[in-house]
Design a protein around this ligand. Structure first.
Ligand code: VG1
Ligand code: CO
Length: 545
C-alpha cells in the first residue's frame, strides 16, 4: 500500500451539507480533489474510523462507481478495517441504513442527490449516516463542514486498483477488506419480517393490478425482487426498473409533476387499482389509488390508524412524529389512539433521536417520506408494502380507505407549492421581508381568518435538549389553518421556495373538494402578503402537490 498525502492549494469553502448531505452539480464534483476533500473531512470527523466498518453504496447515478473506488482507497489510507459495498454499487438509502445497523458499522456513505436529476449535467451528492443508520445529526455535519474549511490535504492509497463491483466476495486493499454483497437481499428479508407476504401475494394474484415506477433509479432491483419475484405480481408491474446513470433523462422525484406517467395511469385510466413510485435513492414514495391521489401527510395518518394490520406493528405504536410542514392529519389520529405525536424540523435526522429513544414507531414528512423504527431513514418500498398490507386485509379500494379515514377524523386539506430555481436574491429578499413583517402580523386579518401566531419554527430536541432554529416561517390562523414558507436545503440551482398550505375540515364538513379549491383563499392571501408572484417573476409554482 502506498498512502499519499495530497496537498490542497486551498480548502473548498462550499461544502456545507444541506437538508440531506452535500448536494452539488456533477460538474462541481468533477473538480479535482472535490469529492476527496469532503470524504477526508468526514473521515476525520466521525468516530471509530481506525479498525471500523463503513457501508458504501449509491443510487447508480453518474459518478457512483467511481466515487466508491475513491472512498475505498481513502478508507484504506485511514485505517478502516472493512468497507461493505454492493454489486454494481447499487444500494438504496433505506437498505444502506439497514446494513449499517445490522453490521455494526461506524457509519455509511450514500452516493446520491436523491430526487435531483443525475448524469454529467445533473447532480451528485454524498449523504453521511451515523452508526444508528440515520442521517448524521447537525453536530456531526457542522463539524464536517468546519473541517472542510481548514483542510490542507487528504490521505489516499494511490496504488490500489478500483474494487471489482461485478461479483460478490471479499477483496483486499492493503489492510482494508472490501466486501461486495448483494444490496437487495438483507433489505428484502427485513421486509418479510414486517409484512405478511402471503396476504399481500394473494391480493396481487387476485384481480388487483398494480403499477410501480422505479423511475430508472435505485428501487428497480428491489421492487422487481419483491413485487414480481416474491409476491407474484405479473412481469411488467415494475416500470423503468433498470437503474440508469442519468435516470433516462428523467427527474426521479415521485410527485404529480415528475411521475406524471404513473399518476396518469391511475388518475385518468381505470385498469390499475394501485400505483406507486419511488425517488432516486429509494427513500420517498408516492401512493396513488384509482382516481385517488394520496397526499403524503394523509398517507402517514392512514398508516398510523391502520398500523396494527401489519405483523411488524401488531402491538401498536409507541408514538409518531411528523415534520413541521407536514399536515396535522396524523396528530388527530395519534390523539384518538392516545399516543404522543412530535413535531420536528424538516429532514429525517430529527427523527433519529426519537426513534433511538423508543419514543416513536412511525414518522413522516409531507415530501413523500414515510418510515418507522425498522431503520433510521425514510423508506419508499416499505411504505408501498405497508399500503398493500392494509389493502390486503381490508379488501377495499384506496379511495374507500381515504373516504372512511376522513369520515372518522376529518380532512386536512393540504398542498405544497414549489417555486424552483428562482434567483437566490429574490428568494432571500422575499423570505427576509416576511420574517421581518411577522411580529406585526399577529392579530391581522388573513384569508377571512385572524393570524394567531407568526414565528420562525424552532425545535428543542426532547431527547438531548439541542435547539435548532430558523426552520420555517409559520402563519398559524385562528381556525387551525396554516401557511408555512421555507427555502429548500436540497436544491442546487438558485433557490427553491416552498409554500405549505393547510386547512382542516371536520368530519361533518365538505370532505370531497379539490384541495386547490379548498385552499384557494389561503393561496391568494399568501401571494398578496409575501408578493410571491411578483418577486419570483413566476405566474405559478413549478410543482404543486
Ligand atoms: C426536501 C424535503 C424534505 C426531505 C429532504 C430530503 O428538503 O422537503 O422533507 O427530508 O428533501 O429528501 P428541502 O430542504 O429541499 O425542502 V431526500 O429524498 O433527498 O433524502
Ligand atoms: Co431521496
Amino acid at each position: 500500500m502506498s498512502v499519499q498525502h495530497i496537498s490542497l492549494a486551498q480548502p473548498f469553502s462550499d461544502q456545507k451539507p444541506g437538508t440531506s448531505g452535500l448536494r452539488k452539480s456533477s460538474s462541481q464534483f468533477a473538480t479535482p480533489d472535490y469529492l476527496e476533500s469532503f470524504i477526508e473531512a468526514t473521515l476525520r470527523t466521525i468516530p471509530g474510523v481506525a479498525g471500523g466498518t463503513l457501508v458504501v453504496g449509491g443510487d447508480g447515478r453518474y459518478g457512483n462507481s467511481q466515487a466508491i473506488g475513491v472512498i475505498c482507497r481513502m478508507a484504506a489510507a485511514h485505517g478502516l478495517a472493512r468497507v461493505i459495498t454492493t454489486t454494481g454499487g447499487i444500494l438504496s438509502t433505506p437498505a444502506a441504513s439497514h446494513l449499517i445497523r445490522s453490521h455494526g458499522a461506524i457509519a455509511g456513505i450514500i452516493l446520491s442527490a436523491s430526487h435531483n436529476p443525475g448524469g454529467p449535467d445533473g447532480d451528485f451528492g454524498v449523504k453521511v449516516n451515523g452508526a444508528n443508520g440515520g442521517p448524521a445529526p447537525e453536530s456531526i455535519t457542522d463539524a464536517i463542514y468546519a473541517e472542510t474549511t481548514r483542510l490542507d490535504g487528504y490521505r489516499i492509497d494511490m496504488d490500489a486498483p478500483p474494487p471489482n463491483l461485478s461479483v460478490c466476495g471479499e477483496q483486499q486493499l492493503g489492510e482494508l477488506v472490501v466486501q461486495v454483497i448483494d444490496g437487495v437481499e438483507d433489505y428484502v428479508a427485513l421486509m418479510q419480517r414486517l409484512f405478511d407476504f402471503d396476504q399481500i401475494g394473494a391480493l396481487l394474484r387476485s384481480d388487483f393490478p398494480i403499477a410501480f415506477d422505479a423511475m430508472h433509479a435505485v428501487t428497480g432491483p428491489y421492487a422487481s425482487r419483491l413485487l414480481e419475484g416474491l409476491l407474484g405480481a405479473p412481469a411488467g408491474t415494475v416500470r423503468n426498473g433498470i437503474p440508469l446513470e442519468d435516470f433516462g433523462g428523467g427527474h426521479p422525484d415521485p410527485n404529480l409533476t415528475y411521475a406524471h406517467e404513473l399518476a396518469s395511469l391511475l388518475l385518468d385510466g381505470d385498469h390499475y387499482s394501485f400505483g406507486a413510485a419511488c425517488d432516486g435513492d429509494g427513500d420517498r414514495n408516492m401512493i396513488v389509488g384509482r382516481s385517488c391521489f394520496v397526499n403524503p401527510s394523509d398517507s402517514l395518518a392512514v398508516l398510523t390508524a391502520n398500523a396494527r394490520l401489519a405483523p411488524g406493528y401488531a402491538d401498536g405504536l409507541a408514538g409518531v412524529a411528523r415534520s413541521m410542514p407536514t399536515s396535522a392529519a396524523t396528530d388527530v389520529v395519534a390523539q384518538q389512539l392516545g399516543i404522543p405525536c412530535y413535531e420536528t424540523p424538516t429532514g429525517w435526522k430529527f427523527f433519529g433521536n426519537l426513534l433511538d429513544a423508543g419514543r416513536i414507531t412511525l414518522c413522516g414528512e409531507e415530501s413523500f417520506g414515510t418510515g418507522s423504527n425498522h431503520i433510521r431513514e425514510k423508506d419508499g418500498l416499505w411504505a408501498v408494502l405497508f399500503w398493500l398490507q392494509i389493502l390486503a386485509v381490508r379488501k377495499c379500494s384506496v379511495a374507500e380507505i381515504m373516504a372512511e379515514h376522513w369520515n372518522r377524523f376529518g380532512r386536512h386539506y393540504y398542498s405544497r407549492h414549489d417555486y424552483e430555481a428562482i434567483p437566490s436574491e429574490a428568494a432571500h429578499g422575499l423570505y427576509n421581508r416576511l420574517k421581518e413583517m411577522q411580529p406585526s402580523l399577529v392579530g391581522q386579518a388573513f384569508a377571512g381568518r385572524i393570524i394567531a401566531t407568526a414565528d420562525d419554527f424552532a425545535y428543542t430536541d426532547p431527547v438531548d435538549g439541542s435547539l435548532t432554529t430558523g426552520q420555517g416561517l409559520r402563519l398559524l390562523l385562528d381556525d387551525g389553518s396554516r401557511v408555512v414558507l421555507r427555502l429548500s436545503g436540497t436544491g442546487t440551482q438558485g433557490a427553491t421556495l416552498r409554500v405549505y398550505l393547510e386547512s382542516y375540515v371536520p368530519a361533518s364538513g365538505d370532505l370531497h373538494q379539490d384541495p386547490q379549491t379548498a385552499l384557494a383563499s389561503l393561496i391568494t392571501a399568501i401571494d398578496q402578503l409575501a408578493e410571491i408572484r411578483s418577486r419570483t417573476g413566476m405566474g405559478q409554482p413549478t410543482v404543486i402537490t
